[in-house]
Ligand binder design. Sequence first.
Ligand SMILES: [Zn+2]
Ligand SMILES: [Zn+2]
Length: 172
Amino acid sequence: MVIDIDRLPKDGLTLNRNFEFPSLDLVDEDAAFLEPVRAEVTIRRVGEEVWIKGRVKTRLSFVCSRCLASFELPVDSRFDLVYMPEDVHELKEELDDEDMDTLFFQGHEIDLREVILEQLNLTIPPKPLCSFSCEGICAVCGKVRKDGECGCQVKDLDPRLDQLKIFMKDKR
Ligand SMILES: [Zn+2]
Ligand SMILES: [Zn+2]
C-alpha cells in the first residue's frame, strides 16, 4: 500500500485496515503470524516532512529460546515517526549522530506496508522466552524443566556454570 504524499489531504489521512504478511518477513525465523496485522495509521504532511502516527496489533507465535516450546504473544505497539525527503538527507550528509534515527522517504511515495512491518519487527525480542522464569531444559537428560522433575542429579551448584549453560544453548 503506497501512499502518494502529494495527494495527502490537508488534514492528513487516517486509515484503519488489516495487513497480511508472510511469516518469513519477520526478523525471527521461528516466529509466525497467528492473525493479520490490524493497523490504525494517520499520515500527515508537515512542510517537507511526513508524520506517521499509529498503532499495530496482532498475535505472533514464537519458539522459546531456552526450552524450545512454542508460545503466543500479543503485539500492541504504538509509534510516532517523522520521515524526511531523501534529497534533504543528501544535503545534510554531515549530520551528527543524533540524527541517525531520522527516517527518509524517496521520491513522493511512502510504502505503508513497509513502515508497518518495520514497526512490528522492532517489537520482536532478540531471544524470546515463554516466561521470564523459564528454566529451559535439564542439562543431563534434556527434559523440559517446566514439564516436571526428571530426577537427574545436577551436581554443579556453581550458579556461574548454569549461566554458562544458558549462554551455550542460546548460542545454538
Ligand atoms: Zn521456555
Ligand atoms: Zn534430567
